[in-house]
Design a protein around this ligand. Structure first.
Ligand SMILES: Nc1ncnc2c1ncn2[C@@H]1O[C@H](COP(=O)(O)OP(=O)(O)OP(=O)(O)O)[C@@H](O)[C@H]1O
Length: 837
């Protein structure tokens, strides 16, 4: 074992003082000393545009022995060769990628590489020696040439300059010449431009424009459309289903049956399931493009009323927008029928109102909205504070009147609240059926009128309403509907909330910008099977005929002949055989139809309707006078009538379209003058007809008291004239869509109908191509029909004369009678004779 040595403790203070750390040896900071600059070497070093930025081309043609230069991080060996060598280029793909086009400079260099130029061969000796210097410091190398030159002595620089000039004299001369030429060219161009500009004078005439690109709509295919338009829901025409099968409550379906709606029509079988809320299904907006008379109205009214009838409180829940007041009234009837159906099983009786331009606005407001005083001291205090603030800002607000005036200014409320009460505005209706302009008026002017609770927005005859932006109605409405108000729009037990949009037309627009304007949500399109994109189908049971009008000045006579012909008979029931001539005149009074129509109370009134459009009092006064006038005419016109079907009984119904209100009035009167036996059956409808008269005329027509309606395009859309069998285009419609709507007034709801068009020579081509889809260009016609348009001759006179000339279509007597009738019309129009205007 060894004892461990423990050193004795050192007395305090005996510790050697701490040595300071030895001073660190002085190492001088490395100072960068640039390598001695070699004399500038006038090597023919050139940058290469497609290589690295520092790459240089070194002329090695005159090197006598291998040398080395430093270039950046590289040491580069230079070997004597016949050309030049590139230094400083890092291997990269870049040169390989370089486009085939080589800059002129490079091309020249390459040439030089292949065969050293004359200039190089003649280079002076001292330059050759200088070129042999191999080591170039990086700094020197990186500096631009110009800097290097600065560092040389002035003499050297001078020498160098001279030598370069001498060597490249030819090149310099060439360059100088080229520059001169380029300058001259530029000046020439400028002069040319000035000359041109001086010659061309721009007047007010438009500058020539490129031919606009024509979008061929006829070739629009489903592939070019958004998916919802490209993949519509197709339903076979003729499909029918009981309403109960489609989700309508049996009790409601029973009521519908009593109103004549036994089964759902094809379009309804497709639309109802989309619009009736189905648990678990996401709701879609629906666009319906189905033929006229296919039952589109019921397809949205039924689910809409069914939905609203589930609520309890009356709020504005649905808005139906239509283009005319007649349509508003028509849809109102459909809504009332459905409201009655859904009220049977304890459902809410849905309240319906209309808003159209011709009504007194205040009365309409009172019918739509009401006010209620509710006890609310807090609300009252707030309201008073608001009023007082307002009053404080008024200059002279002493009087009580001012007080209330200012308060009117604030909330436009003329009703004074009772103390500690607040006025609440309450909707009196669940459904508002309206024209777009009037809707905007209510939104902006009717106190408390709000769309906050609206769950349905229906736009019927959408193509028309979207094309004509009445007071920006769509933007105004959509803006109001876009306000997030889910709770206000939802029913407690309903899966449906938000606003449901339903857009309908027989001629649905293909203009996507218009459709996009509706801001549809997950839309679905419903069309009839067989319809292509943009096609408009006509009713299956519609027959179409065209009558050639050889002489347009006798057009009314063609119409008279058509009305009197056997062609115009009942199409939905067996035609009544024409009675004998004698029998016709004798029995006219005893005939039930004519007796009812000739009874003064029923028939003279509707007839006077057309007259009263301008002046009702003079019309009634003038009845007897005009009658006596026309009776004398009728005697003259007797002869031609003898050749035609005698009018024992006009057992069908006709709607005649003219191109304007004025023409409708004139034609109506002319028909009465030319065929007085028809007079009691004729009514007139124009947009100038007062609403009350319009309604009455339509009622008389529906009752069969009137059989012939002469109308402007006012009633071409949407109007459902019960049992109308014939439509006559006396004047051609202005568009395909207009034709579809006009002829679609007949052959509705699965009934047969016949459309006639009087065709003048100058319009025939347009008709046969665009409407009938025949001849050259007919393939682009977008009207889908089951039968071709047939050509019909009504007048029976024309036979070739002996000399081969065509005989006149109308006898001399008829022409004379016609001229007399025209004179009479003229007198009435100018007021010389008190007639019907
Ligand atoms: N299920 C049904 N059963 C019997 N009649 C029906 C049924 N549905 C609709 N109708 C009737 O068919 C007719 C045409 O209906 P509606 O007016 O809705 O057609 P539409 O498609 O809107 O035509 P348009 O495009 O011309 O406006 C109306 O008289 C209507 O009462």
């Amino acid at each position: 074992m060894y004892n461990r040595y423990i050193p004795p403790p050192k007395p305090p203070g005996s510790e050697p003082p701490k040595r300071p750390p030895p001073p660190r040896a002085y190492v001088p900071e490395p100072v960068y000393t640039p390598a001695p600059e070699p004399a500038p070497v006038p090597l023919p070093v050139q940058t290469s545009s497609w290589l690295q930025p520092y790459a240089r081309r070194v002329d090695t043609a005159n090197l006598k022995e291998p040398s080395r230069i430093v270039f950046g991080d590289d040491d580069v060996d230079l070997t004597p060769s016949t050309g030049s060598q590139i230094v400083g280029a890092v291997e990269s793909d870049e040169p390989k990628k370089a486009p085939e086009h080589k800059p002129k400079k490079r091309k020249r260099e390459e040439k030089e590489q292949e065969a050293p130029s004359k200039i190089e061969q003649e280079a002076p000796k001292e330059v050759e020696e200088e070129e042999a210097v191999t080591d170039i410091a990086p700094e020197t190398k990186r500096k631009p040439k110009r800097e290097k030159k600065k560092k040389t002595t002035t003499e050297d620089a001078q020498d160098e300059d001279d030598s370069i000039r001498a060597r490249h004299k030819a090149v310099f001369e060439k360059v100088a010449k080229a520059l001169e030429r380029a300058q001259e060219d530029a000046m020439d161009v400028d002069e040319d431009k000035e000359e041109e500009e001086a010659v061309v004078e721009h007047g007010l005439e438009p500058l020539p424009q490129p031919t606009p690109v024509v979008f061929d709509e006829s070739n629009l295919t489903y592939e070019t459309l958004p998916p919802w338009l490209a993949n519509p829901i197709r339903v076979a025409d003729g499909t029918q289903k009981p309403f109960e099968e489609l989700g309508i409550a049996p009790a409601a379906a029973e009521v519908l049956k009593t109103k004549g709606f036994k089964e759902a029509f094809a379009v309804q079988t497709a639309v109802l399931p989309l619009l009736l809320p189905t648990p678990g299904f996401r709701l879609n907006d629906v666009v319906v493009a189905a033929p006229t008379g296919s039952g589109k109205t019921l397809s949205y009214v039924l689910p809409m009323i069914e939905d609203i009838s589930k609520g309890r409180i009356t709020r504005l829940r649905a808005i139906i927008v239509l283009p005319t007041r007649d349509l508003v009234q028509q849809v109102q009837l459909a809504c009332e029928a459905c409201a009655a159906a859904f009220a049977v099983n304890g459902g809410k009786k849905v309240k319906i109102a209309t808003a159209v331009g011709h009504k007194v606005f205040k009365e309409e407001q009172a019918a739509i909205m009401t006010e209620e005083q509710r006890y609310d001291p807090e609300g009252y205090a707030k309201w008073k504070k608001k009023i007082n603030n307002r009053l404080a800002r008024l200059d002279d607000s002493d009087s009580d009147d001012d007080y209330y005036d200012s308060f009117h200014d604030i909330d436009l409320n003329p009703t004074r609240p009772l103390p500690h009460h607040v006025i609440h505005h309450i909707s009196k209706v669940d459904v508002l059926i309206c024209t777009p302009g009037r809707l905007v008026e209510h939104i902006s002017k009717t106190r408390g009128f709000t769309l906050d609770h609206v769950r349905w927005l229906v736009v019927d005859e959408a193509d028309k309403l979207l094309a004509q932006d009445f007071q920006q109605w769509l933007n105004v409405v959509l803006e109001k509907l876009s306000v997030e108000n889910i709770h206000a729009r939802a029913f407690p037990k309903s899966s449906k909330s938000g606003v449901r949009k339903v857009i309908l037309s027989a001629t649905m627009t293909r203009d996507l910008s218009l459709l996009n304007g509706l801001k549809l949500s997950r839309p679905k399109l419903v069309v009839l099977e067989g319809t292509k994109a943009g096609q408009q189908s006509l009713p299956a049971l519609l027959k179409e005929s065209a009558i050639k009008v050889r002489d347009p000045s006798f057009k009314p006579l063609y119409l008279i002949d058509l009305l009197n012909s056997t062609h115009l008979t009942a199409v939905n029931k067996p035609a009544v055989a024409p009675a004998s001539e004698a029998g016709a005149s004798e029995s006219s009074d005893s005939d039930s139809d004519s007796s009812s129509s000739s009874s003064s109370s029923s028939d003279s009134e509707p007839q006077s309707e057309s007259d009263s459009d301008s002046d009702s009092s003079s019309a009634s006064d003038s009845n007897s006078e005009s009658d006596s006038d026309s009776s004398s005419d009728s005697e003259d016109a007797d002869a031609p009538k003898k050749r035609l079907k005698p009018l024992k009984k006009f057992n069908t119904s006709v709607l005649i379209f003219t191109e304007s209100n004025e023409k409708a009035l004139k034609l109506s009167r002319l028909l009465c003058l030319l065929a007085p036996e028809l007079e009691p059956l004729i009514g007139t409808l124009t947009s100038a007809t007062k609403t009350i008269r319009r309604t009455r005329t339509l009622r008389f027509f529906a009752e069969g008291k009137l059989r012939i309606l002469v109308a402007s395009d006012l009633v071409s859309r949407g109007i459902d004239l019960e049992n109308l069998e014939h439509v006559v285009n006396y004047d051609l419609p202005r568009s395909e869509a207009s034709y579809v709507h006009r002829v679609g007034r007949t052959a509705r709801a699965g009934r047969a109908g016949h459309a006639w068009t009087l065709l003048e020579h100058d319009k025939a081509r347009w008709f046969w191509t665009n409407i009938a889809g025949e001849g050259k260009g007919g393939a682009s016609c977008n009207i889908l029909r089951s039968n071709k348009v047939e050509r019909v001759r009504i007048t029976d006179v024309p036979t070739a004369g002996e000399d081969g000339e065509k005989a006149p279509e109308f006898t001399e007597e008829r022409v004379q009678a016609y001229e007399k009738a025209l004179q009479q019309l003229q007198k009435e129009a100018t007021g010389k004779v008190e007639g019907r205007r």
